[in-house]
Design a binder for this molecule. Structure first.
Ligand code: ADP
Ligand code: MG
Ligand code: MG
Length: 875
C-alpha cells in the first residue's frame, strides 16, 4: 500500500487514507486554490507503525523522503539548507475531525544555520529568530514532552528584566538570547541537546503525531464520539507560509455562515502579523473578519469569493483556516463547520431553498440529538436584565450553576449531582472532562473560535468567551468584576446567546420553535414511514406532545395517577383491604378519579390512538417507606401506645412485610397483579371505557388501546383480555355507546418474544417495552447496573454502548425481531411499536425502521427528535 501521497495525488474521496485534513488539502489543490505545497503520510502508515512496535518502517521512510524531494523540487527550497531553507508544518489529521485532540508542529526545519538563511532571505532577523524560538517551544512541547510552561516562565523573566511588556519590543538579539536559554531547558529536561538536524526533527514529529493517536485526550474523545480506535491518523507535511511576516501578513479562521445562528454571512476572526495557533489559542483577542475588508481589501475579496466557492463545492457550511503572507492569501484547511443546533437547522433549510441540497440531503444534515437543544428553556423575556458583565456570545442557551474554576472541580462536583459553570481564563484540550461535566463555560480570554467556544458549540452547551473585565483569581478561587467578588460555588446564570453573565438564578421560559425548525419537521413527516407517538400520563403532557407533533400516545402509565397525594390514602385502603368487598369499595372510589384522568387525556388526543397500560409496579410502591414507618411506630409505642393510629400503622407494617420481595423487578407486578387481583384491572378498564363512552356520546372520536404489561405466557393475556372485554361489555350496555377499542400486550420479557406466535392470537397489537426487555434479557437490574458496573463496561468497551440508551441490536434486538416476525406470522399486519426509552434514540429508531415497526413512542420532548430520526431512517 502506498504510504505517502503528494497533495495533487489525492482528493476529498480519500478521507480514509489521508484523514480529513489531508484529503481536503488535496481537494483544494485539485480545484486550483492557493494551498502551500505538501504531502500526506497515510493512515495506513500509522497502522503499519503500530503493527511495527511504534517504529516507522524502512518502506514508509523511503516514500517519505522521496516525497520530501519532490516537495523540495517544487518549492525550490531544501530542508536544512542555508540558502533556500524549506520550513514545514507537521499536522495531524484523523479521518473524523478530532479538534484539539492531536498536536501540530509549525516551523519545522529551523536550526542555527537555517535561521540565518531565513534572515538573509527576508531581511528580517527579528522575524526569523522569533519563528525559531516558537519552533523550539512547540517542538519541545509536542514531540519532546517538555511543557510550554518552562519556556514561558523564562520568557516572562527575561521580559521583566528588560522592562518589556509585549513581544514586539523584543529585538532579534533578545530572541537569540532566549533561544540559548530554551536550548538549555531542553538539555536539562531531556538530557540531550535540542535536535538540530531537520530530517531527524521530521521523523520525530511524525512519530509524535502517530503516538498522539493514543493519548488520553484522543481516546476519551473517540469514546465519547463513538469513533473506532483502529482507524489511525494521517500526518500532513506542508511547506510553511508565514502570517507573522509583518503588517501585510496575518492569519485567521472563518466560517462561511454564522455557526451560532446559521445566518448566511461570513463569520470569523483574524490577527495581523501573527502565526496560526495565535488565533485559536485565544492568547490575543482577534479582530472580526469583516474588518479585514478595510485592512486588506484585495485579500478580503479573494477570500470571500473562495469561501463561496468552497461552500458550493462541498455543499455544506465550511470552517476555513487561512494565512496571508506578505499580501498573498493561502488556504490551510477547510472542513464542514461545527454549528449549533439552531444553525444546523437554519443552514439545512436555507441550503434546500437555495437548491444546493435536496430535501433528503437537508434532513440528513441535521443531527436529531441536536434538536433537543432547541427545545431547551431560555431566559424569561420579561426578566429585567441586570447583567454582571457581558462577553462574546460564543454558544447559545441559558444555564444556571455554581461557579467552579478547574475542570477537575467541575468533574467532581457534577459527579455529586451539582450543576456547575466552569469559569476559566481559557480552556485547552486537557479541560475536556470539565466542559462535559459543566452546564456552561465562561472564559475571560479568547474569541468566538477559541477552544472553549468550538467545543461548547459542538456539545450544545452555552458558552461565553472573551469576558475581558472578568478578573479570575485561581488561587483564591474567586473572580471579580468591577470590584464585585464572586466566590467558588456562588450561583450564576449565563445567556450564551447574548454573552451576559448574571448573579444568582434567573427566571426562565419555554422555548419557541423557529419557522425553519417547523419546516424541517414537516419535511420529516413527509418522508418517514413510521408513526411517532409519545409517552404521556396526563393531559398536560398529552397536549405538549401533540403540539410537538405526536400522533397518539404509545404509553400512558396508569400508576402515576395512583401516586397523586390526594389518592394515595384510597390506594392504600385498597391494598390494605382484608376482604374482597372492602377492596371493591376502595376501587369504587378510585374509579371516577381514573375516569377523570382518561377523559382529560382523551380530550387532548381527540381522534388519535391512546395506549393505556394497566397497573404495572409492585404494590409496595404505593405504601410508605418501611424505615420511616418503623421510626413512626417506635415513637408511637413510647408516647401513645393505646392510640388507634398505632394500630393502623401496625397494620401497614404487616402489609409491608407481606409485600416485601427479594427482587421486586421480577416479582409480583405487571399482569401478575391483574391475575391475582382482577378487580384492579377491571376497575381500570371500566374507567377507560366510561371515559370513552362519555366522550363518544359528545361526538368525539376516542381510540383507546388497552395494554397488558409483563405478559410472559399467552394464558395470562387470555385471562386479562377477558377481564377487559367484560368491563367493556358492562359499560357498553350501561351507556348504550358502541365502544371502539383494542387489547394488546407489551413484549418485555424474553418468553413473550419467544412465544410471540401464541401470544399474537390474543393480541391486537404488540408494544415492545425495551426497558424491561433489556433488563430481563441481560439479567441486569437497571438501577443496580448503571451505578455499579455498567458505566465501567462502557468505558472499558466491554459493551459498545449503554443498552438502556441505545438498543442492543444483537441480543435484545434479536428478540424484537423474533417477536415481530412470529407475531405477524400468526396475525399478518399485526400493529407493532416500541415504548421504551429507546423510542427516542436515533440509533434505536433506525433499528425499529429496519424491523418494520409501525411506530415509536418516546417522551414528549423527544418527539421532534424522533420525527426527524424516523425520516432519516427511512431515507
Ligand atoms: P488543528 O487541527 O489543531 O487545527 P492544524 O494542523 O490545522 O491543527 O494547525 C493549526 C494552525 O497552524 C493552522 O490553523 C494554521 O494557522 C497553522 N499552520 C498549519 N500549517 C501551516 C503552514 N504550512 N503554514 C502556516 N501556518 C500553518
Ligand atoms: Mg486546523
Ligand atoms: Mg415494563
Amino acid at each position: 500500500k502506498q504510504a505517502v501521497y503528494m497533495f495533487e495525488e489525492g482528493s476529498q474521496e480519500m478521507r480514509n487514507i489521508l484523514g480529513g485534513k489531508g484529503a481536503n488539502l488535496a481537494e483544494m489543490t485539485r480545484i486550483g486554490l492557493p494551498v502551500p505545497e505538501g504531502f500526506t503520510v497515510s493512515t495506513d502508515a500509522c497502522k503499519d507503525y503500530y503493527a511495527n512496535e511504534a517504529q516507522l518502517s524502512v518502506k514508509v521512510k523511503q516514500e517519505l523522503f522521496a516525497a520530501l524531494r519532490k516537495l523540495e523540487d517544487k518549492t525550490g527550497k531544501k530542508l536544512g539548507a542555508v540558502d533556500q531553507p524549506l520550513f514545514v508544518s507537521v499536522r495531524s489529521g484523523a479521518v473524523f475531525s478530532m479538534p484539539g485532540m492531536m498536536d501540530t508542529v509549525l516551523n519545522l526545519g529551523m536550526n542555527d544555520d537555517t535561521v540565518e538563511g531565513m534572515t538573509r532571505l527576508t531581511g528580517n532577523a527579528r522575524f526569523s529568530y522569533d519563528s525559531y524560538r516558537r519552533f523550539i517551544q512547540m517542538f519541545s512541547d509536542v514531540v519532546l514532552g517538555v511543557e510550554t510552561y518552562f519556556f514561558e516562565r523564562e520568557l516572562e523573566r527575561y521580559r521583566a528584566e528588560k522592562g518589556y511588556s509585549t513581544d514586539p519590543e523584543m529585538s532579534a538579539d533578545d530572541w537569540k538570547a532566549i533561544i540559548e536559554t530554551y536550548k538549555g531547558i531542553v538539555l536539562d529536561h531531556t538530557d540531550e541537546p535540542f535536535p538540530e538536524d531537520p530530517h531527524r526533527q521530521l521523523l520525530l514529529s511524525i512519530e509524535a503525531v502517530f503516538d498522539s493517536w493514543n493519548n488520553d485526550r484522543a481516546q476519551i474523545y473517540r469514546r465519547l464520539n463513538k469513533i473506532p480506535h483502529d482507524l489511525g491518523t494521517a500526518v500532513t507535511i506542508q511547506s510553511m507560509v508565514f502570517g507573522n511576516m509583518g503588517e501585510d501578513s496575518g492569519t485567521g479562521v472563518a466560517f462561511t455562515r454564522d455557526p451560532s445562528s446559521g445566518e448566511g454571512i461570513l463569520y470569523g476572526e483574524y490577527l495581523v502579523n501573527a502565526q496560526g495557533e495565535d488565533v485559536v489559542a485565544g492568547i490575543r483577542t482577534p479582530q472580526p473578519i469583516a474588518t479585514l475588508k478595510d485592512v486588506m481589501p484585495d485579500v478580503y475579496e479573494q477570500f470571500a469569493s473562495t469561501c463561496n466557492r468552497l461552500e458550493a463545492h462541498y455543499g455544506d457550511m465550511q470552517d476555513i483556516e487561512f494565512t496571508v503572507e506578505s499580501g498573498k492569501l493561502y488556504l490551510l484547511q477547510t472542513r464542514n463547520g461545527k454549528r449549533t443546533a439552531q444553525a444546523a437547522v437554519k443552514i439545512a433549510v436555507d441550503m434546500k431553498k437555495e437548491n444546493v441540497l435536496t430535501k433528503e440531503e437537508a434532513l440528513l444534515r441535521v443531527n436529531p440529538d441536536q434538536l433537543n437543544h432547541l427545545l431547551h428553556r431560555r431566559i424569561d423575556e420579561n426578566y429585567e436584565r441586570n447583567s454582571l458583565i457581558k462577553g462574546l456570545p460564543a454558544s447559545p442557551g441559558a444555564a444556571t450553576g455554581k461557579v467552579v474554576f478547574t475542570a477537575d472541580d467541575a468533574d467532581l462536583c457534577a459527579k455529586k449531582g451539582e450543576k456547575v459553570i466552569l469559569v476559566r481564563p481559557e480552556t485547552t484540550p486537557d479541560d475536556i472532562h470539565g466542559i462535559i461535566a459543566s452546564e456552561a463555560v465562561v472564559t475571560s480570554r479568547g474569541g468566538m473560535t477559541s477552544h472553549a467556544a468550538v467545543v461548547a458549540r459542538g456539545m450544545g452547551k452555552a458558552c461565553i468567551c472573551g469576558c475581558d473585565g472578568l478578573k479570575i483569581n485561581l488561587e483564591d478561587k474567586q473572580f471579580s468584576v468591577n470590584g464585585q467578588i464572586v466566590q467558588y460555588f456562588d450561583t450564576i446564570t449565563i445567556d450564551g446567546s447574548t454573552g451576559e453573565v448574571f448573579l444568582g438564578e434567573v427566571p426562565m421560559m419555554e422555548p419557541e420553535l423557529s419557522g425553519e425548525f417547523q419546516e424541517l419537521l414537516v419535511w420529516s413527516d413527509e418522508l418517514r414511514r413510521m408513526g411517532v407517538r409519545s409517552n404521556a400520563d396526563n393531559p398536560h403532557d398529552a397536549a405538549k406532545s401533540r403540539e410537538l407533533g405526536a400522533e397518539g400516545i404509545g404509553l400512558c402509565r396508569t400508576e402515576h395517577m395512583f401516586m397523586d397525594p390526594a389518592r394515595i390514602p384510597i390506594v392504600q385502603e385498597m391494598i390494605l383491604a382484608d376482604t374482597q368487598t372492602e377492596r371493591e369499595k376502595a376501587l369504587e372510589k378510585l374509579l371516577p378519579m381514573q375516569q377523570e384522568d382518561f377523559t382529560g387525556i382523551f380530550k387532548e388526543m381527540a381522534g388519535l390512538p391512546v395506549t393505556i397500560r394497566l397497573l404495572d409496579p409492585p404494590l409496595h410502591e404505593f405504601l410508605p417507606d418501611k424505615e420511616e414507618l418503623l421510626v413512626d411506630l417506635t415513637k408511637l409505642q413510647i408516647t401513645d401506645p393505646a392510640s388507634p393510629q398505632l394500630k393502623e400503622k401496625q397494620k401497614l407494617m404487616r402489609k409491608l412485610r407481606e409485600l416485601d420481595e427479594f427482587n421486586p423487578m421480577l416479582g409480583h407486578r405487571g399482569c401478575r397483579l391483574g391475575m391475582t387481583h382482577p378487580e384492579i384491572y377491571e376497575m381500570q378498564a371500566k374507567a377507560v371505557f366510561y371515559a370513552a363512552a362519555d366522550l363518544a356520546g359528545q361526538g368525539q372520536e376516542v381510540k383507546p388501546e388497552v395494554m397488558i404489561p409483563l405478559v410472559g405466557h399467552v394464558n395470562e393475556l387470555k385471562a386479562m383480555r377477558l377481564v377487559v372485554e367484560n368491563a367493556a361489555q358492562v359499560v357498553a350496555e350501561e351507556t348504550g355507546q358502541k365502544l371502539d377499542y383494542t387489547v394488546g400486550t407489551m413484549i418485555e420479557v424474553p418468553r413473550a418474544a419467544l412465544t410471540a406466535d401464541e401470544i399474537a392470537a390474543e393480541a391486537d397489537f404488540f408494544s415492545f417495552g425495551t426497558n424491561d426487555l433489556t433488563q430481563t434479557t441481560f439479567g441486569y437490574s437497571r438501577d443496580d447496573a448503571e451505578g455499579k458496573f455498567l458505566t465501567r463496561y462502557v468505558e472499558t468497551e466491554v459493551l459498545e454502548a449503554n443498552p438502556f440508551m441505545e438498543i442492543d441490536r444483537k441480543g435484545v434486538g434479536k428478540l424484537v425481531e423474533m417477536g415481530v416476525n412470529l407475531g405477524r406470522g400468526t396475525k399478518p399486519g399485526l400493529k407493532t411499536g416500541i415504548c421504551g426509552e429507546h423510542g427516542g434514540d436515533p440509533h434505536s429508531i433506525q433499528f425499529c425502521e429496519n424491523q418494520g415497526l409501525d411506530y415509536v413512542s418516546c417522551s414528549p420532548f423527544r418527539v421532534p427528535v424522533a420525527r426527524l430520526a424516523a425520516a432519516q431512517a427511512a431515507i
